[in-house]
Ligand binder design. Structure first.
Ligand code: SF4
Length: 243
């Protein structure tokens, strides 16, 4: 393997900062959140270089604090922030915390999380070597899917974390993660297994581990998707100089 690539993404001029998220609850009737099927995904997206800031994960979490920016704050026990290696090459993104995650304050620690750990280990990583997060950080009531509005309010924190960590590959698990990172209308079944782009970062869509628990026959396709991720990471030098 040759010299690591320079941080080309970081060397491009930063022309747009990440917009701060207001600290108050946004009204459910806010029309700006309901203009399109995917909320603000219809807006032009800044590249990762444009998102580049000097903030750390801790800075972002400090900003999140005891967040009450959307209605999901009302039923949660605690905010569940992204967890793992802050210099990870590989990141996994799911939908939102469930009961176990809400109780423990960490993402993917229930049954689906145990399966995710096996998936991570199957491609040669330890769980603590990767980064694991969700689109929303508070448990939706009854484990329902977050609304478009709730996802649109919370996901800027995820985008800021991605800009801070700069992983080489993001695995989006399930439709909520897929549609909040990528401008696609197709479902996960149509796009899984095909590398996509999120502001210069490779994105691999695949099934959510909770879905695999309900339909174990999909594990084979998930394994095929994750092998592509492993092969990409094995054959591509790290973008981060300190990975
Ligand atoms: S889901 Fe996100 S935006 Fe909503 S209250 Fe929790 S941390 Fe804040």
């Amino acid at each position: 393997m040759g010299m690591p690539q320079t941080k080309t993404r970081l060397l491009q001029p930063a022309t747009m900062a990440v917009a701060p998220v207001p600290s108050t609850v946004v009204a459910a009737s806010d029309p700006t959140q309901q203009d399109s099927l995917f909320g603000d995904l219809a807006q032009p997206k800044p590249s990762l270089s444009q998102l580049q800031t000097k903030e750390t994960m801790e800075d972002i979490w400090r900003d999140i604090g005891d967040c009450k920016r959307c209605g999901l704050c009302e039923g949660r026990t605690q905010v569940v922030n992204t967890y793992g290696n802050h210099k990870a090459r590989l990141m996994f993104v799911g939908e939102a915390p469930g009961a176990d995650e809400d109780a423990q304050g960490k993402p993917f620690v229930g049954r689906a999380g145990q399966l995710l750990t096996k998936i991570i280990e199957a491609i040669g990583f330890k769980r603590e070597e990767v980064l694991i997060g969700n689109v929303n950080r508070c448990r939706p009531p009854g484990n329902r899917q977050p609304t478009l509005e709730e996802a649109a309010i919370c996901r800027p924190f995820l985008f800021r974390e991605i800009a801070a960590v700069q992983p080489d590959v993001i695995v989006v698990m399930g439709n909520t993660a897929l549609r909040n990172l990528l401008e696609v209308r197709e479902g996960i079944t149509r796009v899984r297994g095909q590398f996509q782009d999120f502001r210069g970062i490779k994105v691999m869509p695949t099934f959510h581990p909770a879905y695999l628990l309900r339909d174990p026959s999909k594990k084979r396709e998930t394994w095929e998707d994750l092998k592509k991720v492993r092969d990409y990471l094995d054959t591509t030098p790290p973008t981060r100089l300190d990975s």
